[in-house]
Design a protein around this ligand. Structure first.
Ligand SMILES: *Cc1c(COP(=O)(O)O)cnc(C)c1O
Length: 422
């Protein structure tokens, strides 16, 4: 039976009077699944509630940050304590060094780290730095990978743009993307071909080491290794966009999980513990190009914000002091994966990230992801939601399992999956 969403419908109509599409980020709209987005009143731990009083087991987790659940008590205390001392100073604090050191120790390639406010800023700044450090203009990105919404990286966007079937974004000048070359995910030959055709012109390859913005698409055996050796061969930089995977696939992100160190890395989501904070980093020689040490300009009024930094430090401390979290995340996600498989559905998984695909064939890149039967996905989504399971309203987003999902949560989720009529 459909849940009651009367209050959300009223709130959505009001929101549309003032906010484009009624939402502050397009993935939040339920446009593609033919219903009104739920307006949220609160979230705690494994649960989220809407303004009609419906309660859900939350597998969106704010799209990644909530790996230890929503509003963890220790994180909330750290945030309140920091807020009491001032919301922003625009001057350095010791806490920023503590967070940067923690990131650097978790991630060997991040010898120097700069804190920013969003994943979009992190990737945009990393690209600028890579160009400044190499003196080259071109970059390679993969079709179906998403790196935020800066102009140069919207050459072929995943996620929301994929759902809306827009090949690109309006308002991005052709000049802004002319140096962005597109390769196919899981296809090293497509990367090598671009390097051959653009000798000594490519600054960097940016990649989601596990793609999670066209649905979850893990790297094939040898793909990341190939990117490492190709970039070395052509003396270009390898940038891992670990905005989703960082501190999720393991404490050392995908780099640790797959045993490959990039030259630069971008973090977001988990690293801010639910606050607007992200980071980019890299080898010392590369990051020495960033102002004020070097000529690559990048700045931010609220960068390293003390309240956000407090949330990040506390979240990482909790993850670090419970190393078994990652194993248990893996087991819980594997249980859900099995429920999908038992139902005869295609599913991709990497650790606590998974996606069910309404496709006939396995999904390994953007092209195969696009074969999804999105009408069937809509049926799936609505039945999950009406049965108390909050998942992303898009075929091209991940399901995020968290450390606070209980055995009972997972069992209930599997029961709902079992009962799906697709
Ligand atoms: C979410 C995401 C971004 C953008 O981060 P924002 O904080 O939304 O700007 C960049 N890269 C990847 C891989 C992401 O998943």
């Amino acid at each position: 039976m459909a849940i009651n969403t009367e209050n959300s419908e009223i709130a959505f109509n009001d929101a549309k009077q003032y906010i484009p599409g009624g939402v502050d980020s397009p993935v939040r709209a339920y446009k593609n699944v033919g219903r009104t987005p739920l307006f949220i009143s609160r979230a705690k731990g494994d649960r989220i509630w809407d303004i009609d009083g419906n309660e859900f087991i939350d597998y969106v987790g704010s799209w990644g940050p909530n790996i230890i659940g929503a509003a963890n008590d220790r994180v909330v205390s750290a945030v309140s304590a920091a807020a009491q001392k001032g919301l922003t100073y625009g001057a350095p604090t010791i806490a920023e060094t503590i967070l940067a050191r923690e990131i650097s120790e978790a991630y060997p390639a991040a010898e120097r780290v700069r804190l920013v406010n969003s994943g979009t800023e992190a990737t945009m700044s990393a690209i600028r730095t890579a160009r400044g450090a190499t003196g080259r203009d071109k970059i390679i990105k993969f079709r179906g990978n998403y790196h935020g919404h800066s102009d140069a990286l919207l050459a072929s966007a995943g996620s929301g743009v994929l759902t809306d079937s827009l090949p690109d974004s309006a308002g991005v000048p052709a000049n802004a993307t002319k140096d962005t070359l597109l390769a196919d995910y899981n296809d090293p030959a497509s990367v090598e071909a671009l390097f051959e055709a653009n000798k000594d012109e490519i600054a960097a390859v940016i990649v989601e080491p596990v793609a999670a913005n066209m649905g979850v698409v893990p790297p094939k055996e040898g793909f990341l290794e190939a990117l490492r050796s190709i970039t070395k061969k052509y003396r270009a930089l390898l940038i891992f966009d670990e905005v989703i995977t960082g501190f999720r696939l393991s404490y050392g992100g995908a780099a640790q999980a797959f045993g490959i160190q990039p030259d630069m890395v971008c973090f977001g989501k988990i690293v801010g513990g639910g606050m607007p904070l992200a980071a980019y980093g890299g080898k010392k020689w590369i990051m020495s190009k960033v102002a004020p040490d070097g000529p690559v300009y990048q700045a931010g009024t609220l960068s390293g914000n003390p309240v956000a930094v407090a949330a990040g430090i506390e979240t990482l401390a909790i993850l670090k002091s419970h190393p078994s979290i990652y194993e248990r995340l893996d087991q819980k996600a594997a249980t859900i994966e099995k429920a999908f498989r038992d139902k005869g559905l295609n599913v991709n998984r990497a650790g606590s990230l998974l996606s069910v695909f309404m496709t006939d064939e396995p999904v390994t890149d953007e092209k195969s992801a696009r074969t999804s039967d999105t009408e069937r996905f809509t049926k799936y989504f609505n039945q999950m939601l009406d049965n108390g399971i909050y998942v992303a309203p898009s075929q091209f987003e991940a399901m995020f399992v968290s450390a606070v999902h209980t055995k009972e949560d997972i069992a209930k989720t599997c029961d709902v999956i079992k009962s799906l009529e697709l």
